[in-house]
Every structure is written in C-alpha cells, then in structure tokens.
Design a protein around this ligand. Structure first.
Ligand SMILES: [Zn+2]
Length: 280
C-alpha cells in the first residue's frame, strides 16, 4: 500500500511539474486548499482501513489528566520562545519539511518555535519507528529528563508525502502547545460501535482494550474543554471510519488546521491582549 501511495504521489508531482509548477510543493500556502487530484488520492487512502496512523498522547506518570483541570496549566507563556531539537539523525530535507510544518502554528499562536542543532531544547524529537507518533502535552516537557524525548514521529521517512508530514507534525505540535485530542472533547457524541472499535485498533495498532479506552472513549471533563464546540475538522481529531459508528457518522483524516484550530490557539496564545480562557 505504501508503494501505491508513493507511486500516486510521484504521479501527482510529475503532473504538477508538467503543468509548470516551480517545485513539487503540493501545499505551499497554509490557507490554500488541496487540489481535487490530491483530494481524490486522500479519499482513496481514507477508504483503506489498513492505514492507521494514530498518535498517542503522553502524560506524566501519576498525572490523572482526565479528572483534573490541569491542561490549562500546561500552556507555555504567551510569546515564549520554545527551542526544538532532533535527538535522532535525519536528512536535511526531512528536517526542513518537519520544521516548516511545525512553524505553521506560529501564524496563529504567539509563540516561536526555534529549531536548534545543539544545546538545551524544551521539545526534543525522536524518529523511532517502533514507537509510533506521540507527544507530551505542553509544559509537561519541562518535567522530563533533558536527555528524554518529548515527541516522536514513528512513520516519517524521506519518502513520506508532504501532506502526511504536515498532518502529523501539526498534530504533534498541537499537543506540544497543550491541545488535547478533539475526539475526546466532552461535547462530542460519537456513537461508537464499541466492539468493532476494539477489534479495529487491536488489528491495526496492536492496542489493548485499555489503550482504546484511553485514546478514544474517555472524554476530558468539561472544565478542560479546549474548544467551545466540538470540531470534527480539527487537526487534533482521529479519523473515524463510518464502519466504526452505529449511525454512519465518520470523520476523514484532517490534513489542515481547521478554522476553529486557528481561532482557539489564537485565544490561548494571543498576539494582542490577554489569554482568553472563556468562549467568545
Ligand atoms: Zn495525538
């Protein structure tokens, strides 16, 4: 399947180059929607249930994150410079693609992600393929040993398409800025077909029932709600195949920051005025 995706990506690149595009940047503008051709490619990928790239939130040991109203305390200071460093070796092109994707948050959040090659860094990224992709939440990173990773990208290689680099990087850095998974928003009312979900994640991710409970079914308390409404278009939402819900509800992979993502992060890290912790 990966070969098929790579082949399709190559074909899209070839077509774009043939049309006179200056480079093979499929999504150069944060607000520019993806092309119909790419939509079709992604729709095919969405239809393939074997592709599951689900991130896992990491929490500090002993942090009862689902019961405490702690998430707001995990936010960085407004205007803070957050240093970012790679702990594992990677190619320069891949490094630049990740950096570019992460720094898209700077357009909407008043923080600066400063990528450094050496010295101290608050966010420390690994690329271990055995660990999947995950991130600690916001300032929790400060409580870890300085040699420990605070984030991991488990499926990035030099051949990973830009849209996947962008999606996963935005998602993990969303956690690093303090955002929770949107499908665990207390305002959502997804009618899960529970047993099918357990089976699906056991087969695709190797997750136990406890893992599924933790990463899908448990909701945050309303006092922690990061958004003022449930946003199925959020970059922080898992995809929800309709085969896993009782009423046919589905959420496709979200590849872009949603309007609400941009609005919310702007309220948490405002460029003007105080941080807003209430809904407008
Ligand atoms: Zn996540």
């Amino acid at each position: 399947m990966k070969k098929q995706i790579a082949a399709r990506y190559l074909w899209i690149c070839t077509l774009l180059l043939g049309l006179g595009a200056l480079s093979c940047e499929i999504m150069p503008d944060p607000d520019q929607d993806i092309s119909d051709l790419l939509e079709q490619t992604l729709a095919e990928d969405n239809a393939d249930l074997s592709i599951v790239h689900s991130c896992v939130e990491k929490h500090l040991e002993g942090d009862d994150h689902l019961r405490t109203a702690a998430l707001r305390t995990k936010l960085w200071a407004v205007g803070q410079v957050i240093r970012v460093k790679f702990m594992d070796s990677l190619s320069s092109p891949l490094r630049l693609r990740i950096e570019k994707a992460a720094r898209e948050w700077e357009l909407y959040a008043n923080v600066r992600l400063q990528f450094v090659r050496r010295g101290k860094a608050e966010i420390r990224i690994g690329l271990s393929p055995r660990e999947g992709s995950w991130s600690y939440m916001g300032r929790d990173a400060l409580y870890l040993d300085s040699l420990s990773k605070t984030m991991n990208f488990g499926w990035f290689t030099d051949r990973t398409p830009d849209y996947e680099i962008r999606r996963t990087t935005l998602h993990e850095f969303g956690h690093a800025l303090g955002l929770i998974h949107e499908h665990q928003n207390p305002l959502q009312n997804i009618q899960w077909d529970v047993e099918k979900v357990y089976t699906y994640y056991a087969q695709s991710q190797g997750w136990s029932r406890q893992d599924v409970d933790q990463n899908l079914f448990r909701k945050y308390s309303s006092s922690q709600t990061q958004f003022c409404r449930y946003d199925p278009l959020s970059i922080m939402h898992y995809s929800v195949p309709k085969q896993l819900t009782l009423d046919g509800f589905e959420v496709r992979w979200n590849y872009l920051l949603s309007v609400e993502d941009k609005s919310f992060i702007g309220r948490m890290y405002p460029f003007k005025g105080p941080r807003l912790t209430t809904c407008p």
